[in-house]
Design a protein around this ligand. Structure first.
Ligand SMILES: [Zn+2]
Length: 79
């Protein structure tokens, strides 16, 4: 993994993300980010849409403005 910046944590526990990094990642003020603990450290990532039933992210459709995967739709149809 490539280190793109080194930042100090301030007294409130915050770190500043550079403008260049935010623009590269298309992160805007007010966006939510996922923080995931990995073996290498903490990974920042954009939340991805996930199926409201199984949490999967493949083959998502929208039902009543909620993401749901095609597999779950098929499973519901067979109830
Ligand atoms: Zn699903």
């Amino acid at each position: 993994m490539r280190i793109v910046a080194t930042r100090k944590i301030d007294e409130l526990g915050r770190i500043m993300l550079t403008k260049e990094l935010r623009e590269t990642m298309n992160w805007k003020t007010g966006d939510s980010l996922n923080l995931t603990c990995t073996k290498e450290g903490v990974l920042l990532s954009s939340p991805q849409q996930a199926c409201i039933l199984c949490g999967g992210s493949n083959d998502l459709l929208t039902l009543n403005e909620k993401p749901i995967c095609r597999q779950c739709i098929q499973a519901i149809q067979h109830l």
